[in-house]
Design a protein around this ligand. Structure first.
Ligand code: C2E
Ligand code: CA
Ligand code: CA
Ligand code: CA
Length: 275
C-alpha cells in the first residue's frame, strides 16, 4: 500500500511537471508572439439599443498560434499577467486599436479592455496618450474598459489613474458589472461614463424569474447615477424583447454580430454616407 501511495505521488508530481512545462512553453511562445506578428484584434459592434445603429466596436484580442490555432484571451491573458508580458501586450492592443479607429468613419468609437494587472503595473495613461497622439485619434473616440478588481489592492491609486485617464478625455467603462465583490461601493469612488452589465445575467434571463428584477435594478441604478448602460451577451430575439423594455442605452452580443477581424463592409459604407 505504501508503495502504491508513493507511486501515486510520483505520478502526481510528473503530471504537475508536465503542466508546469506546458505553461512555461506557452509563456515562452507568448513572449515572441508580438515580434512574430501572431496577435490580432477582432472587433464586435456595440449598438444603440433604440435604433440598432453601431456606435462602438469593442476590440477583443486573439492569438493566432501557428500550431494551436486561435488561442482564447481567457486562456492567455492570465498567462501574460503572470509572466510580466501584459504591459507589452496591453500596449500593443491600445496602439493597434487606436490606429484602426483613426481610419474608421467619425462617429464610431473603439473600446479597449485593460486587465487589472496591466492597470496596476504599467503606466496606462502615458501609453494611451502616446497612442492617441501617434495616430491622431480624438480622445473621446476611445473607451477604456476595466473591471472593479482594479480597486482591490490599492483603491486610491486606481482612482488616481482613472482620474488621469479622464483628464486625457477618454471614456471609462466598468466592465462585467454585477459579478465581482461589492460593486456598489466602487461606483462611489469614481464616476464612470458607463457600466457594462455582465453577460451571465442575460444568459439566465429566461431561466430565473429574479434575474429580470436584478437586471432592471442595475439599469436603474446606472441611470440614477447618470451613467450609460450597455448590456452584454445578447444572443436571442427573446432576450432582446425583454431587454428593450429596460431602456438601456446599448446592447452587444451574437444576435447583432460576433467579433470579426474586419468591420462589415456594408456598415462601413452606411456610416460613411451618414458621416
Ligand atoms: P469581456 O471583456 O467581458 O468580453 C466579452 C466576451 O464575450 C468576448 O469574449 C466576446 O467575444 C464574448 N461575447 C460577445 N457577445 C457574446 C454573446 O452574445 N454570447 C457569448 N456567449 N459571448 C459573447 P472573448 O473575446 O473570448 O474575450 C474574453 C475576455 O478576455 C474578455 O471578456 C476580456 O476580459 C478578455 N480580453 C479580450 N480581449 C482583451 C484585450 O485586448 N486585453 C485584455 N486585457 N483582455 C482582453
Ligand atoms: Ca470588455
Ligand atoms: Ca464584459
Ligand atoms: Ca469578462
Amino acid at each position: 500500500v505504501k508503495d502504491e501511495g508513493r507511486g501515486a505521488v510520483r505520478f502526481f508530481e510528473a503530471a504537475m511537471d508536465a503542466e508546469l512545462q506546458a505553461r512555461r512553453q506557452l509563456e515562452h511562445e507568448l513572449g515572441g508572439a508580438i515580434a512574430r506578428d501572431e496577435l490580432r484584434l477582432f472587433y464586435q459592434p456595440i449598438v444603440n439599443a433604440r435604433t440598432g445603429e453601431i456606435e462602438t466596436f469593442e476590440a477583443l484580442i486573439r492569438w493566432q498560434h501557428p500550431e494551436r490555432g486561435f488561442v482564447s484571451p481567457a486562456e492567455f491573458i492570465p498567462v501574460a499577467e503572470q509572466a510580466d508580458l501584459i504591459g507589452r501586450i496591453g500596449e500593443w492592443v491600445i496602439d493597434t486599436a487606436c490606429a484602426a479607429a483613426a481610419a474608421w468613419p467619425q462617429p464610431w468609437r473603439v473600446s479597449v479592455n485593460v486587465s487589472p494587472t496591466q492597470f496596476r503595473q504599467s503606466d496606462v495613461p502615458t501609453v494611451v496618450a502616446a497612442a492617441l497622439a501617434r495616430h491622431g485619434l480624438a480622445p473621446a473616440r476611445l473607451v477604456i474598459e476595466i473591471t472593479e478588481s482594479v480597486f482591490i489592492q490599492d483603491a486610491a491609486k486606481a482612482v488616481r489613474v482613472l482620474t488621469d485617464l479622464r483628464g486625457l478625455g477618454v471614456r471609462l467603462a466598468l466592465d462585467d458589472f454585477g459579478t465581482g465583490y461589492s460593486s456598489l461601493s466602487y461606483l462611489q469612488q469614481f464616476r464612470f461614463d458607463k457600466i457594462k452589465v455582465d453577460q451571465s445575467f442575460v444568459r439566465r434571463l429566461g431561466q430565473h424569474a429574479d434575474t429580470l428584477a436584478i437586471v432592471r435594478a442595475i439599469v436603474n441604478l446606472g441611470h440614477n447615477l447618470g451613467l450609460q448602460v450597455t448590456v452584454e451577451g445578447v444572443e436571442t430575439a427573446e432576450q432582446l424583447a425583454i431587454l428593450r423594455e429596460l431602456h438601456c442605452e446599448q446592447m452587444q452580443g451574437y444576435l447583432f454580430a460576433r467579433p470579426a477581424p474586419t468591420l462589415p463592409a456594408s456598415e462601413l459604407e452606411l456610416a460613411r454616407l451618414r458621416a
